[in-house]
Design a protein around this ligand. Structure first.
Ligand code: NAD
Length: 247
């Protein structure tokens, strides 16, 4: 089937669905200039192993390395702006076409684009917390301390080590994941956008729903199960699908 017909089929599935949730990954933000992990040639994986530098193992055993390498990656995502794909999802939510977005991303771009119901299942880069007393701090404070070479940054209240509220490899999943799971179980359609679907347990979600649309530049392990697989850029695919839904 050519792309035009795939867009048409996707638009029809979305229009006839009672409840549609969207699952996004790093691929939706590459058009905002944030590299993903696994795109050939440009993904962060080309230069490093993110499962190492962004892991609890490194945070706890070599905090200096975590703050000099992994933390920089997190910090670099914070100045990006949403792209057309983020804005279309926000419009779709406003129009009642989708029920919400589950994102593996930590770049805040869905919220910046106006999406209201966003489940951040891998945490966020807005806040941090103290590993000893649990005190919440802003991500900016972590950045200020690191810029002043306070590495690792320490809690002003108790002196414990501060960490970003991002789910690192080795961390348990947050409560947002339980809520996301429930949303998917209640849905009849899931649209996956820009995820390689290799990171567990988020990649269990496509297996829990009847209807599945995958929009991803490269193959995923769930393509066999999907009603529609679109191998195009997220913004181009969503623009076409959204125009068909509105027409
Ligand atoms: P991934 O890197 O494993 O996969 C991204 C997928 O998106 C790839 O299969 C790639 O082919 C596809 N892709 C890239 N650009 C695309 C585009 N314009 N349109 C459509 N598809 C595109 O990412 P993942 O599955 O999200 O898992 C990696 C983990 O790392 C997640 O936890 C993720 O949140 C995190 N991460 C987040 C960010 C971010 O917040 N922006 C960036 C890098 C990594």
């Amino acid at each position: 089937m050519d792309s035009k017909n795939l867009f048409k089929k996707a638009a029809e599935l979305i229009k006839s669905s009672q409840k549609t949730m969207v699952l996004t990954g790093a691929g939706i933000s590459t058009e905002s200039g944030i590299p993903d992990f696994r795109s050939p040639g440009t993904g962060l994986w080309e230069n490093m192993d993110p499962t190492e530098v962004l892991s609890t193992k490194v945070l706890f055993n070599s905090p200096e390395e975590f703050y000099r390498v992994g933390f920089k990656i997190l910090s670099s995502m914070r100045n990006a702006e949403p792209n057309e794909a983020h804005y279309i999802l926000s419009e779709m939510e406003k129009e009642g076409i989708i029920a919400g977005v589950i994102t593996q991303n930590i770049d805040n771009l869905h919220q910046k684009a106006g999406s209201k119901k966003v489940y951040e299942v891998h945490g966020n880069t807005r806040e941090g917390s103290c590993l000893r007393c649990g005190e919440k701090v802003s991500f900016e404070l972590l950045e200020e301390k690191v810029a002043k070479e306070e590495i690792p940054p320490r809690c002003d209240r108790c002196g414990g080590m501060l960490r970003p509220d991002v789910v690192l490899f080795g961390d348990p999943m947050p409560h947002a994941f339980d809520l996301a799971l429930k949303e998917v179980q209640e849905s009849d359609l899931l649209i996956v956008i820009g995820s390689s679907l290799v990171v567990a347990p988020v990649n269990f979600l496509p297996g829990m729903v009847d209807g599945l649309i995958i929009i991803n530049a490269t193959e995923t392990p769930y393509d066999y199960k999907a009603d529609v697989v679109i191998r195009e850029k997220a913004s181009y695919a969503l623009r076409n699908i959204w125009n068909l839904i509105k027409s």
